[in-house]
Design a protein around this ligand. Structure first.
Ligand SMILES: O=C(O)C1=C[C@@H](OP(=O)(O)O)[C@@H](O)[C@H](O)C1
Ligand SMILES: C=C(OP(=O)(O)O)C(=O)O
Length: 436
């Protein structure tokens, strides 16, 4: 599928974007290993979260749905998962692969995890090494690249792991393995990362402590089934937050968005750039902060993005680069080398597309420098990366000519229905079948 975008437009209306992807993954994993039933609402019916759901079904968990974002999971308890009869396909989803590695590392049966071409290029040493220290036996097909073969476990031992990178996937992987380990498992975060796993474990009645930058739990407890209400994904809302900010005359209300402090880097960074964003009706929904977000058009200025915001906005940089292209002056990003190992090398993919649009930029190993200015038009290659596709769709609001975004099928991994919702809000987007 390809997107064709006419230049210009105004964004207005009120909308609730689909459910949070990170929370959706965790909701299925934790409810599956809980005792008793759980009801999940607001589940993201995107390919990534559905890959996690299919994996848990293959591990013997009965799951009804999803129907309009609702699931009923019959938890099997910590010891209730069964050996899968085939390999588990994680598709495009790094979160599924890294978190499920932790869950499967402690099982008394073997499993094999695979994925698509993009996922099979992504590094897994970050979870393989600490899991091996806990006593797991995991091998990769090619160095540390998937497929991963996880051997039947003969017992895990809790460890303390100072994480070399600020990664919520690594932290969550180790906490999940820690549920099956003897003694305590703890991680030190070099910087705060999304804390949905810790919050949700507590929601299932499992004690997790946090002491400054150290997160810890003790293995061998029990999770008790519960109800989960998943808020809208701020990472999906981000495309429309930037859209309304850069398009003159725009005013947009995004409802029921998760605004966990470990996820709102997009709001902090855009506000520093001069954006007009107001959080309204702030509330707590099942242990996660939620708000309605009002966005009005505002002129932006280039900034040096504070490095402490990087993990808090890690998935939002593609669209933040579009905001930077529309800002007056220079924006610099550093300390973001992790962007190079996402679904694509997001620094390279964005630099290439910005250059196509005539935006001056200088990619660096750990970031980029972007000079704000006029945006032209042209053909954009997404490198099969959903967030690159949606970022360049938003860029059309300020482009002088048409933009064609190739290879947009992966948008369905995180934001099914993006094009229809974007059209409803004022983006001049149409889709056409891609060339085979
Ligand atoms: O834990 C999670 O749900 C995620 C953590 C982040 O990855 P890292 O842990 O690699 O930073 C993020 O990029 C990813 O989209 C989702
Ligand atoms: C990096 C992302 O996801 P994952 O790591 O789960 O593939 C993303 O959604 O931007």
């Amino acid at each position: 599928m390809e997107f064709k975008l006419f230049p210009g437009g105004t964004i207005s209306g009120e909308v609730r974007v689909p459910g949070d992807k990170s929370i959706s993954h965790r909701s299925v994993m934790l409810s599956s290993i809980a005792e008793g039933d759980s009801r999940i609402r607001g589940f993201l019916e995107g390919e990534d979260a559905l890959a996690t759901l299919a994996a848990l079904r293959a591990l013997g968990v009965e799951i009804a749905g999803p129907a309009k974002g609702e699931l009923r999971v019959s938890g099997v308890g910590l010891a209730g998962l069964r050996a899968p009869s085939t390999e588990l396909d994680m598709g495009n989803s790094g979160t599924s692969m890294r978190l499920l590695s932790g869950l499967l590392a402690g099982q008394p049966f073997a499993s094999r995890l695979t994925g698509d071409a993009s996922l099979c290029r992504r590094p897994m040493a970050r979870v393989m090494q600490p899991l091996a220290r806990m006593g797991a036996s995991i091998t990769a097909a090619d160095g540390d690249r998937p497929p991963l073969q996880i051997d039947a476990c003969r017992g895990l031992q809790g460890i303390h792991y100072p994480m070399p990178i600020a990664s919520a996937q690594v932290k969550s992987c180790l906490l999940l393995a820690g549920l099956y380990a003897e003694g305590c498992t703890s991680v030190t975060e070099p910087a705060p990362t999304r804390d949905h796993t810790e919050r949700m474990l507590r929601g299932f009645g499992y004690e997790v402590t946090r002491d400054n930058d150290v997160i810890q739990l003790r293995g061998g407890g029990r999770l008790v089934g519960t109800d989960i209400d998943i808020p809208a994904d701020i990472s999906s809302a981000a495309f429309f937050i930037v859209a309304a900010t850069i398009a003159p005359g725009s005013e947009l209300l995004l409802t029921h968005v998760g605004v966990n402090p470990t996820r709102i880097g997009i709001i902090s960074i855009l506000t520093l750039m001069g954006a007009d964003i107001t959080l309204m009706n702030e509330r707590d929904v099942g242990g996660e902060p939620v708000a309605d977000i009002l966005v009005r058009h505002a002129p932006l200025r280039g900034i040096a993005i504070p490095e402490d915001q990087v993990p808090l906005a890690i998935d939002e940089f593609p669209v933040l680069f579009i905001a930077a292209a529309c800002a007056e002056g220079r924006t610099t990003l550093s300390g973001a080398e992790e962007l190079r190992v996402k679904e694509s090398d997001r620094i390279a993919s964005m630099a290439e597309g910005l250059t196509t649009l005539g935006v001056r930029n200088e990619p660096r190993p750990d970031g980029i420098v972007i000079e704000g200015g006029a945006l032209g038009g042209g053909v954009i290659h997404t490198h099969h990366d959903h967030r690159i596709a949606m970022a360049f769709a938003v860029a059309a609001l300020r482009a002088e000519r048409e933009i064609y975004v190739m290879d947009c099928d992966t948008v369905a991994t995180s934001f099914p229905g993006f094009d229809a919702m974007a059209r409803g809000l004022g983006l001049q987007i149409s889709t056409q079948a891609g060339q085979a």
